[in-house]
Ligand binder design. Structure first.
Ligand code: S3P
Length: 433
């Protein structure tokens, strides 16, 4: 399916609430179900990645019932997960594959994990290496999916200094470490998203965070209802459309404002965006609040490598915004973008080039020569089957008086299946099956 977008030539003022954050949703099932008992997950998103985790967890042994307000879960506890070998399909979801690798090795069950063509190309050595160091027995060809896990004895805790800046790797090792003998210490180079640490803490696990090192030990864990705040990475696309609009305002309520996820908002402010946010609550260790933004003139900025792990999923969006800002934007330390659902460095550069924006890039940095302007042409965007590329280029349609066609729109179901419900408030949309 492809969509055609045409911006509405009218001032729009809207307030939105969004489905729950994808990263927290994965953890609400994987970490939430470590203990034995029943709990509810409110505002669970129906995105394909989260449904992949739900499906895998059901195969491992949880029971789950979909309700209007969320999901009701019963878990037998990690000590009682499947005694027979299970085949798990993570489909397109790196978080599912990597966090479940930690869970499976921690419980010592026999299983295999596979994924779709895109996930089969993404590196798994980053989780295989530390899990083997803890005593897991894993077979794979070239450390890619499919991975085969042999039933094993209890793992041994390790001290692991992460060679890549990845929250998925950190979470995999911490989840395995929770079930291992002795303590597990993970040391980060740059700070990455910390939902795993926060969820373990909220459920009463023995976890301590000290600057860049996290220590976890086996302990009792509480089973408790989890409310998932709105997904800030999905909010990122809506905010960008309103910033590039002519005269419009948006407010997004009950959205995740975790310090390591709101860096995107701080960078938008640095670019000159008329944007503010306020934190209203702390729910199970996660900050939640509201964001307000309105049409803005933006300027190019420099984004340092240290900032990148905290905006890793927002770089496609920032790149499109940079294209319509005055001056040059430089983003350093972008290598990890090559290993996402597509090679995002090329996907960003090729699409920006095709709309006439100059981009200079290498594996290390991306330089976008911006122009605060309107274009008027029919443009076709190729998302390279990557949800975040498709969603990021909707904002381009705000600066295009012609028609913007985004091919393969179905890929957005990975993280934001309801997105058109929001985009139709600011665009006229035609869908072609
Ligand atoms: C995620 C971590 C990030 C991010 C992904 C979700 C998580 O991946 O890109 O969308 O939930 O832990 P990396 O750990 O590979 O950076």
């Amino acid at each position: 399916m492809k969509i055609e977008l045409q911006r509405k030539n009218e001032a729009v003022k809207r307030t939105f609430r969004l489905p729950g954050d994808k990263s927290i949703a994965h953890r609400s099932l994987i970490i939430g179900a470590l203990g034995k008992g029943s709990y509810k997950i409110y505002n669970f998103p129906r995105s394909l990645d989260c449904l992949s985790t739900l499906h895998c967890m059901k195969n491992i042994g949880i029971e789950a019932e979909n309700n209007e307000d969320g999901i009701y879960v019963y878990s037998p506890g990690y000590e009682n997960f499947s005694k027979v070998s299970v085949s798990l399909n993570a489909n397109n979801s790196g978080t599912t594959a990597r966090l479940l690798s930690g869970l499976i090795c921690g419980c010592g069950i026999e299983a295999s994990i596979d994924g779709d063509d895109s996930l089969r190309k993404r590196p798994m050595d980053r989780v295989v290496v530390p899990l083997k160091a803890m005593g897991a027995s894993i077979e794979s060809s070239s450390n890619l999916l499919p991975l085969k896990f042999m039933a094993s004895e209890k793992l041994k805790g390790i001290k692991y200094k992460m060679p890549v800046d990845s929250a998925q790797v950190k979470s995999c090792v911490l989840i395995a470490g929770f079930m291992a003998e002795g303590e597990t210490i993970v040391i980060e180079n740059k700070s990455t998203r910390d939902h795993t640490e926060r969820m373990f803490k909220a459920l009463g696990a023995d976890i301590a965070v000290n600057e860049n090192s996290i220590t976890i030990k086996n302990s009792d864990i509480t089973v408790k209802d989890i409310y998932i705040p709105g997904d800030i990475s999905s909010a990122a696309f809506i905010l960008a459309c309103f910033l590039l609009s002519i005269d419009s305002e948006v407010r997004i309520e009950k959205v995740l404002l975790n310090e390591r996820r709101r860096k995107y908002l701080d960078i938008l402010k640095r670019m000159g965006a008329s944007l503010s946010y306020e934190i209203s609550k702390n729910i199970n260790g996660e900050l939640v609040g509201n964001i307000a933004a309105s049409s803005s003139r933006l300027n190019g900025v420099k984004i340092a490598a240290e900032e990148v792990p905290n905006i890793i999923d927002e770089i496609p969006m920032l790149s499109v915004l940079a294209a319509f800002s005055s001056g040059t934007t430089v983003i350093e330390g972008i290598k990890e973008l090559k290993y996402k659902e597509s090679n995002r460095i090329k996907a960003i550069a090729n699409n920006l080039n095709s709309i006439g924006i100059k981009v200079i890039y290498s594996d290390e940095s991306l330089e976008i020569i911006g122009k605060d302007c309107l274009v008027n042409k029919e443009v076709h965007i190729n998302p390279y089957s990557d949800h975040r590329i498709a969603l990021a280029f909707t904002a381009f349609a705000m600066r295009n008086e012609g028609i913007t066609v985004i091919d393969n729109w179905d890929c957005t179901n990975i993280s934001f299946p309801d997105s058109l419900k929001y985009f139709k408030e600011i665009f006229d949309i035609h869908i072609h099956q």
